[in-house]
Design a protein around this ligand. Structure first.
Ligand code: 6PG
Length: 265
């Protein structure tokens, strides 16, 4: 991992603050390149689970532009979660990732792992996606696979992936994928479970904007256990928060601006 990631003088996860979103995306393209190259060198392939939502759209656009030369034939793209809407719906995470990234790079179709939302009901879709994950990793029931890279966001209520506060059974036994029924504030979804996220080799939270600043503070500094995002703590892998200046603005000064590191591109 890059040496410009700064560990804070506290018990929480390392936070990297980059002043602008552009710097963040350049930095993350660098990490994608570095981690994928290492995984391909060591294990012959690279698996990434990507989040949807608004925050990472510009990262995917940047990756699509400057990542043409990456070894896409050995790069596999999964989704962290999906809203249970048709592919053409503006809320579809796969639709967004396809438009911004997958349509722009020479990735073989077989390396792309969407979550089906049109031919199955919610539970069947979750089971099919779980089977796809198991097939890819060659694992059976009871084994939790390790994605090389997992990109997460944080919702203003502290959710991550589609794991919302108050979801009673966050760990759901040995399931790798679960369905999440519709809530008043959100459509039904399918999501990787917490154990899978916590088995990731490298897990990044990407957070931008002032509106998320207090939530970043509660997750990073308070580790508020009622917030699903606080429960992300990789068993063996590494966890990093990558924030812009606004999202990091409520962090203790010792963690924030004073520790700003610079992108190496
Ligand atoms: C989704 C996500 C979700 C997201 C957060 C942050 O489907 O919405 O995967 O967990 O990362 O809600 O979303 P924004 O980036 O849109 O704020």
């Amino acid at each position: 991992m890059a040496h410009d990631i700064v560990r804070g003088p506290y018990d929480g996860p390392p936070v990297l603050v980059l002043e602008t979103r552009e710097e963040m995306w350049r930095f993350m393209v660098g990490r994608f390149r570095e981690i994928s190259e290492r995984a391909i060198r060591e294990r012959g392939r690279f698996s990434a689970a990507l989040s949807g939502g608004k925050t990472p759209e510009d990262l995917y656009i940047e990756l699509g532009l400057v990542g043409q030369d990456m070894e896409w034939r050995n790069i596999h793209v999964f989704l962290v979660d999906e809203r249970f809407v048709p592919l053409g719906d503006a809320r579809s995470n796969y639709g967004m990732i396809k438009r911004t990234l997958l349509d722009k790079v020479p990735i073989p179709a077989a390396n792309v792992h969407p979550i089906e939302t049109e031919e199955s009901d919610l539970r069947t879709s979750a089971l099919k996606y779980e089977a796809d994950v198991q097939r890819f990793f060659g694992t059976g029931p009871g084994t939790i696979p390790a994605f090389d890279m997992i990109l997460l966001g944080i919702g203003q209520d502290g959710h991550t992936a589609s794991l919302f506060p108050g979801l009673s059974d966050l760990r759901v036994g040995s399931r790798l994928v679960r369905e999440v029924e519709a809530l008043p504030e959100s459509v039904a979804r399918v999501t990787l479970t917490l154990p899978v996220i916590n088995h990731g080799r490298t897990v990044f939270f990407l957070v931008t904007g002032k509106a998320k600043a207090d939530m970043v503070r509660r997750v990073v500094e308070e580790r508020d256990p009622g917030l699903p995002a606080s429960q992300v703590l990789p068993v063996e892998g590494e966890l990093f928060f990558v924030c812009d200046g606004e999202a990091a603005s409520m962090l203790d000064k010792g963690l924030g601006r004073a520790k700003t590191a610079h992108s190496r591109g």
